[in-house]
Write a protein that binds this ligand. Structure first.
Ligand code: ATP
Ligand code: IP8
Length: 264
């Protein structure tokens, strides 16, 4: 497999209301689906893996059961299954919306395919993902629960999954799409470019999510992506808005460079 791959995360903040449990924004996902379809029609060799956050589905249940800290007791394992069902329910909705736009998505459920250790993914169903890509399908992953060697069970975010995939697949671009226009500095302006050289200057501005969230909001997003970009020279990560119609298509076709770029 040599074709370069773009990983796109549809943020949970964008596709749900993170303050209202199980609130799926079908119209937003339908518009983004049309935008991805338009980009693929304009550039047929565009190879995509789509991921989506868990928003007010998985995060609400995960917070209730503190699943990210580990799973040991029968009550915690019951909570683990509740989180898995909530995450999977959102993914079913997203898959149906994307399919309606004729994007041939193929769900690869992380709860059934990831093994992590202290939250770090050790293995995932790479064969299935590679085969799906070869067949012209679009693998669809999402933030989920994961079985974990040390913790019993835990939460794995879309960014953690992307970081794993970028180690094994020829990924050259990651787009993280949310409700914000990018990453804001302390004055509220968009930071155009974050690297290890200017991180310290902006670190204090990186905060938690405005909604219910267990995976760390913008702080974790930037830290995880910078760590990844530091070990992958050719990789660019962009944190951008998904609320401006047309922007995703333009960005996929390299006609726009919105938001915040993160490189090593
Ligand atoms: N400096 C910052 N710039 C932009 N957003 C910030 C900043 N600090 C904190 N945030 C908050 O972080 C949020 C993004 O993190 P969040 O985890 O909610 O995103 P997401 O990936 O869309 O959600 P999910 O984890 O459900 O997929 C923003 O919507 C905002 O509320
Ligand atoms: C809370 C759950 C189940 C997954 C979190 O994944 P994310 O929304 O990508 O951060």
């Amino acid at each position: 497999m040599t074709k370069s791959i773009t990983l796109i995360k549809l943020g949970g903040s964008l596709i749900t209301d993170k303050n209202v449990q199980s609130s799926y924004k079908a119209d937003v996902v339908a518009r983004l689906a049309r935008e991805m379809k338009a980009a693929q029609q304009a550039q047929p060799d565009l190879s995509l893996v789509i991921g989506h956050g868990s928003g007010s589905f998985g995060h609400f249940e995960a917070k209730k059961h503190n699943t990210i800290a580990g799973v040991h007791t029968p009550e915690e394992w019951y909570g683990f299954t509740r989180v898995a069902v909530a995450a999977s329910q959102l993914s079913q909705y997203v898959a149906e919306t994307l399919l309606d736009a004729e994007l041939p998505v193929f769900r690869v459920q992380p709860s059934a395919s990831v093994v992590s250790d202290e939250g770090v993914i050790q293995q995932m169903a790479l064969h299935n993902i590679r085969t799906a890509l070869t067949m012209g399908l679009i693998p669809l992953v999402h933030g989920d629960v994961a079985l974990d060697i040390t913790l019993g069970g835990t939460i794995t975010s879309t960014e953690t999954i992307f970081a794993y995939l970028a180690r094994y697949l020829p990924v050259d671009r990651i787009l993280l799409i949310g409700v914000e226009s990018g990453v804001y500095d302390q004055t509220g302006s968009i930071i155009p470019h974050i690297t290890s050289h200017n991180l310290e200057q902006h670190e204090a501005a990186l905060g938690h999510s405005a909604g219910v969230d267990v995976t760390g909001g913008m702080y974790t997003k930037v830290m995880d992506m910078l760590a990844l970009a530091n070990v992958r020279d050719q990789l660019s990560v962009r944190i951008m808005s998904g609320t401006e119609p047309g922007l995703l298509t333009q960005t996929l076709l390299n006609k726009a460079e919105p938001g915040t770029l993160i490189t090593g």
